[in-house]
Structures are given as structure tokens and as C-alpha cells.
Design a protein around this ligand. Structure first.
Ligand SMILES: [Zn+2]
Length: 449
């Protein structure tokens, strides 16, 4: 079966920046563009070219960046009611910014046209056709964003399709079907997308979803099944309300499970680093439980799971973590068995079997300590566990190369801190000893010769 190419359209810098708490500087935006370009995203939407000085500067600077793959899109809307596209100041701004791709949003829901826009259905069709034709004639790749399309189709399918027809006939390169309110479910999105694709077999369709029903990724995949060939979303799904489609999850699903190609297997291994890089620039913490890219995405805690993973990874991992640049992690806890303890120790550089350590005694010690309030996983500092009388101190230590965590637990904060500090220093000394050994081992061999 031939690989199906699905193009990717990232709107982290435009729709994603609507996310509460996210405010990207010009430097942040340019850094994200650079990273997404390296990752292989096809189109990166930068923002409104006339909305503020930061976005004006963005389009000037990004034009000089020399991107290797991605095309930059500017975002705007159709011309205003009663105004010809040639006289519309916002459309003029879209051309002045010189972005090769222009996305313009227009209404496709009859009630929105009459109640929100307060114009006639015919005038809305004129606005769509006039705007698309104007931008296409200027040499731009025009993406028509069909706002509220799925709600519009449910209310008045013939009018919603007429809006799409106006954009297609005027020269739009692709039509972006928007699930603006985020309330539709996958079977509805699949059914409606299939109907639109059938009505316009020569046109290209994209899909843009929001996650209000928790279905943004599922809805996007459903639209692809029905014939959409472009997926829109944001890195980590950031966006207004509960967020947009997580474009990275969609890319991994399409590449690893649906036989499609978006960025290619080689670039897919950057998925986790892209997710963390953008989260950091957005000043957001990366959720540990995030699909594919979270720290816990391939973490195993139960003893039976951990021992099975060592022999048969597919038993509890739906894909290879390496395919998305993540890794398997064994969590040591009171649920752990000997196998997971041995693997965890090995990952820290200890061969417990070689040293003849009493593994069962170590496990018993872990269980006793967990009962006392210690934890040995990836744990957020603001989580609470145990009684209020117990103080848990966690310390992160680095020697400039390695970083490790330690924990101390006691009813006394000084003692808890002391215990965490001692463990941190002991492990640091162990690393230093191992380094010294690696330096001196060749020297000793030479001496013997
Ligand atoms: Zn949106």
C-alpha cells in the first residue's frame, strides 16, 4: 500500500497563543519557527500581520530566516460586508507581509451570518469568493478557513456547502474544515467530512479541531479517514479554553498507526524534544501523562509489567518509545519486583547481581521506606501524600553532567533535609568514583604490562 502523504499545518503561534498564560515574545516565536522547520512541519501560521507591532516584526524577520522546509502563513479574515476585496485594508495587510500562504476565515453557518455578521447569506458568499480570488490573483496559496463548519453543516448543509463551493471556485488551494466549538464527536466529523469530500472531489481539505469534548485528536484522525489531507493543530494542544488538537500526537498516530507520512520516520524521533522545547518557551510544564511525549508515557511501575517489558516490550508499550524520541522508564516502588529493581539499578550504573547485593533486602527496604512516606518516582513537588505531620524534602543535584534527585522524609524538616542531602552527596561520590575508575583503569593496565 502506497504511503499517504498528509500535510501538517501548525498554528501554535496564532491559535495556540490564545491559551491562557501563554505570551510568546518575538524571539520565542522565531525560535519555535526554527524548531518546527527542522522537524518538518509543512505550514507554520505566524499570526495576524496587522494586529500588533510584534507580529509585524515577526513577518519581517521570518522572511529573512531562510527556512529549509516550512512555508509561513499569515492569518486574516474575508473582506468586510459591503466592501470590495480590493478596498479591504486587512486583506491588503495580508499581502504586504509577503507570507507565501494566507489563511482567511469566513462564515459557513447561516445563523452566524445573519445574527453575528448581520448580513445576508448571498453577501457572505460574495465576501468569500471575492476575498479568495483577490489573494489568489496576487499569487498567494490561499487556505479558506470554514469557521463553525460542522455546526453549520448540521444546521443547513446546502448553505454550508455553498460557502465551500464559493471558496473552491474562486481558487482556494485548500479548505480548512473547522470544528470551532470543539463539541462534535468523531463519527459526526467523519460523516460530514466524507460528504464534503464527495461533493468537491477535486478540492483539498484540511481539518482544524478544538478539544472541548476531549475528541480533538480523534476528530482529526476521523477526518483524515474520510479524506482530509491536511491536519491542523498546535504543539502539545495548547489553545483557547481546553485547547486545540495536539498536532504532535496526531502526527505520531498518522505515521505509526495509519500508514501516512507527515514528517517521516527519521524526524519523528524528534517528537519528544519538540514537545518539551515548545513547552519550555511557552513557560508551561510538560504534563507527565501526555501521550507519546510525556515523561510517564513509557514508564512502568508494577513488578509484573516491568519484568514482562524486559522480555517482550510490546506487552505494555503500544509503540517503540525510540520511534518518538522517548524512552522506557522503570519506576521503583513498593509495587516493584526484582526485575524492575535490577533494571532501575542498571540504568543508574549499579549491577546488583554482579555485586552480590541481596536484592530482596533492597526491595524490603524500599517497601519499608515507602510506607514511611518516601517516594522513588517522577514526582511533582506540589503533590501531597501521607500525613501532614510528615515532611518530605526533595533535592535535585547536578555535577554539571549528570542530574539526580534524592528525597528525605521525617517528622523533622531538618532531618528530612539532612537525609536528602546525604543521599545526594553519596550518589555524587559514587559517580565521581566511577569516573576516576574509568580514568585510572587504562593506567593500571599499563602498569601491569
Ligand atoms: Zn481554532
Amino acid at each position: 500500500m502506497a504511503t499517504r502523504r498528509i500535510t501538517t499545518f501548525d498554528t501554535t503561534l496564532r491559535d495556540g497563543e490564545q491559551c491562557e498564560g501563554v505570551n510568546l515574545s518575538l524571539g520565542d516565536k522565531l525560535a519555535i519557527v526554527r524548531r518546527l522547520d527542522e522537524f518538518g512541519i509543512d505550514i507554520i501560521e505566524g499570526g495576524f500581520p496587522a494586529s500588533n507591532p510584534k507580529d509585524v516584526a515577526f513577518f519581517q524577520e521570518v522572511a529573512a530566516m531562510g527556512l529549509t522546509h516550512a512555508r509561513i502563513a499569515a492569518f486574516g479574515s474575508t473582506c468586510k460586508k459591503g466592501v470590495a476585496a480590493t478596498d479591504d485594508l486587512e486583506l491588503a495587510d495580508l499581502l504586504v507581509c509577503e507570507a507565501p500562504v494566507v489563511t482567511i476565515v469566513g462564515k459557513t453557518w447561516d445563523a452566524q451570518v445573519e445574527r453575528a455578521l448581520q448580513t445576508t447569506l448571498d453577501e457572505n458568499l460574495r465576501m468569500i469568493a471575492d476575498s479568495v480570488a483577490f489573494l489568489a490573483a496576487a499569487g498567494r496559496q490561499v487556505v479558506f478557513d470554514a469557521e463553525h463548519f460542522f455546526d453549520g453543516y448540521r444546521a443547513n448543509p446546502s448553505y454550508a456547502l455553498a460557502c465551500i463551493g464559493a471558496a473552491v471556485n474562486a481558487g482556494a488551494a485548500s479548505i480548512d474544515l473547522r470544528e470551532t466549538n470543539g463539541g462534535r464527536l468523531p463519527f459526526e466529523v467523519e460523516e460530514i467530512t466524507a460528504a464534503v469530500v464527495a461533493a468537491f472531489p477535486q478540492a483539498s481539505f484540511g481539518i482544524h479541531c478544538h478539544n472541548d469534548s476531549g475528541c480533538a485528536v480523534a476528530n482529526t484522525l476521523a477526518a483524515v479517514r474520510a479524506g482530509a489531507t491536511q491536519v491542523q493543530g498546535t504543539v502539545n494542544g495548547i489553545g483557547e479554553r481546553v485547547g486545540n488538537t495536539d498536532l504532535l500526537t496526531v502526527i505520531a498516530d498518522l505515521e505509526l498507526k495509519m500508514g501516512a507520512e507527515c514528517v517521516g520516520a527519521h524526524n519523528l524521533a524528534q517528537l519528544t524534544s519538540v514537545a518539551h522545547y515548545v513547552a519550555e518557551l511557552c513557560n508551561l510544564s510538560m504534563p507527565a501523562h501526555h501521550p507519546y511525549t510525556g515523561a510517564s508515557a513509557f514508564a512502568h511501575k508494577g513488578g509484573l509489567h516491568a519484568s514482562a517489558i524486559a522480555r517482550f516490550p510490546e506487552a505494555y508499550e503500544h509503540v517503540s518509545p525510540a520511534a518518538v524520541g522517548n524512552g522506557t522508564r522503570m519506576l521503583v516502588s513498593e509495587l516493584a519486583g526484582k526485575a524492575s529493581l535490577l533494571q532501575k539499578a542498571a540504568s543508574l550504573g549499579f549491577d546488583l547481581e554482579e555485586t552480590g547485593a541481596d536484592v530482596q533486602a533492597v526491595l524490603d527496604d524500599i517497601k519499608a521506606r515507602e510506607a514511611a512516606g518516601f517516594t522513588y518516582e517522577v514526582r511533582l513537588l506540589d503533590e501531597s501524600q501521607g500525613t501532614d505531620a510528615i515532611t518530605r524534602v526533595t533535592i535535585t543535584t547536578t555535577d554539571g553532567t549528570h542530574t539526580w534527585g534524592s528525597v528525605g522524609v521525617s517528622e523533622n524538616v531538618i532531618e528530612a533535609s539532612w537525609n536528602a542531602l546525604v543521599d545526594a552527596l553519596e550518589y555524587g561520590l559514587y559517580l565521581a568514583a566511577r569516573w576516576l575508575e574509568s580514568v585510572y583503569r587504562p593506567f593500571k593496565r599499563e602498569q601491569r604490562l
